[in-house]
Design a protein. Sequence first.
Length: 588
Amino acid sequence: MYTIRFVTESYRPDLLITLRGNVFGDWQEDIPGLYNQGAWEFKLPYQPYPAGVQFKFVLEREYWQLGADNLTVFPEDGGIYSFNEGPIAFPPQNEIIVENSRVQRHFIQPNLNEAEHYDTIVIGSGMGGGVVAEQLADLGQKVLLLEAGSYIFPTHVANLPRRQRIGVFDKHLWQTWPDFQTKNYQNPEGHNYQGAAGFNLGGRSIFWGGLIPRMAWWELEPWPTNVRYDLEDTYYRLAEDLMKLSRLSSSYQERTQRWFNREFPEFNVSAAPMAVQRGNGEMRTLSAGVFNTAALLLEAVMTADTDLTVNLNHAVKELVTQNGRVTGVVAYDLVSRMDRTYHANTVVLAAGSVESAKIAQLSQLNDPNNLIGNGFTDHQVFFTHFGLPNTHELFQTNASAKLALRQTVESDRPEHRYLAVVELGADFNQGRYIDPDLAETHVRTRGDSMLCELVFLCESPLMNQNTVMQEGPSYVDAAITMEPSNAADGLIGEMDQYKQQILERLNATVLPGDNHYLNEAALGGVAHEVGTLRMGNGGAGVVDTNLKFHQYENLFCCDLSVFPTSPAANPSLTLVALALRLADHLRG
């Protein structure tokens, strides 16, 4: 026997290191080792190799050791050959995080029986798929939810402790998103989409989704009439109930609202609607915090009366179709590293605007309108960070207010078609200070000003030249060609004028690092991209007004890909409303 050792502190279990080489199945076999005394040890049967043994270390059976040159040893019986991690490195892991922790195994037990038949299979556990799956299970259906990612957090990150950045403006609410996002695409030359996917239980709902405004009439005007009426009459209210709509009233919030009403009477000023549940004062219930589908689904699978199965680490590769029906869902089990095929009466695709379009293309779904993957659009978002001085009447050391501002829009005029959101004390309303000493230190360090933000969100029609195209098998990243929407360019002057007026009347100054003009958010930077499987009346679009694929009688879609426009309002509430509407339709 001889031993090859990889001495490393960075790549300990749970990360897996294997060894591949020229004498191990011609580089095709993963040779396992054991982690012992700070090193991965590979004990190999001795054979004389006059030309030596060439090999490389492999991380997670996916990532080859960097560098073109192979490592080489000339083994002797009983020999030990050590390599240190300094010269040995691996490429960054951009694929889905695959974990199967004790908590995941205990609470989220999969059903791997491919002979099982379900009423509905839902693909994706985010804001759309998570709500559809939970609602259908509530309504008595037997539901299988397939999620490519693992269990990461049981709730929204805003409900958890996080690292603190003392004394500076920081979006605490979204802070851990860069730590867990997955870049599941490639940008062809000349394009710069900067979004990402959340492959985990709850999808991006555990990182985003705090602000939940309704779409205004002018945003809904291009939508199919029956969908618009259903949202306005029924499903917006039901979605607000499910998401625990709160306007978080306080004396400071009300004082700030009165000030803006007085200074800007042309705006309709209201407390910003937030998906943040506070404890019930009468019942003395505990707060559930920011809405997310990870908590919703965990509660469902841990409750005995619901027939909901969640299979994590299942990346859907293909929908098998025959005679206008989906007859099977092929998913790659990332833990067992094998394909599994599941069956149901109905399938709901809810993997997001990129992944749902990718799965539709991999499945070669009929697309007579040639729209699958087309129209991928992110609306324009403009923002400014500023400081409110202690000399202004609205200054208050330990207070926060969040307001939504809209103006009256006339049907035949383009003016005012945006949503404005003002936050005073944004370091508090997006923060969580478990240790009061940290909050005190933060206030003392930031000095004599409140940290604030002004955001303008604008609508946009879908841009057909923007595409998500799958050019290869499932393990290849989709190619995203995306140009920025210019739909709001005519409003920039008006928005900048109001920005200047707001800053002047608040005696505010722009924070260091910000432009004195409006900053525009990056494409995909706020997770609002829509439109790759758009909804349409009659035979238009990819799905009909019930979110059913035109060409398939049992295939539906429920994520941002079905939006026929990119609204000004954050899309979270509208997506949950569509999910509740779809669940009612499937129940019927």
